[in-house]
Design a protein. Sequence first.
Length: 169
Amino acid sequence: MALAALALGFGLIYWAIGLSSDGPMRHQTMAWVKRFSLDSPVYQIKALGRLIQQNAEYTVLIDAMERTRLMVEAYPVEGKTYPANLEQLYQKAKAQGYWTLHRNPFTKARQREGIIRDYSDYAYATDKTDFAGMILYQAMGAYDYRIYGCDEKGELLKQDNAIIFLSRP
């Protein structure tokens, strides 16, 4: 055992000395390093990290859509009508302490105008990128509504080419 350790030690010293000069040992070692480069696994780990972050941002966006739905459902007063616009919802939810939207997952905006807007603002906008990560509220008469989410490009969220929205249960 001691002899094997001694041989390994001499081999490592020989290898280290060979690396310090511009000899065949250095060239063989560099060829081995290039062949088994860590660039590929590091790249894959970075790509996986970006994917995890993107999925987390979408999870936060979908959670914000659901929180908005819960606030809209908490809104009805006598007659069971829903808010006619976002301002009505905001004023009542803020006054009664159930406003729960705090951050846009893509832009990190913390102001209401950077988190949620009326759908009509979106419908008439020419540049949809301003709506990245936003929630959109659309009153559909007194007894119905729709809540949309926008992706990182400001486009409405879709699944199987159909726009995703939340509505009255």
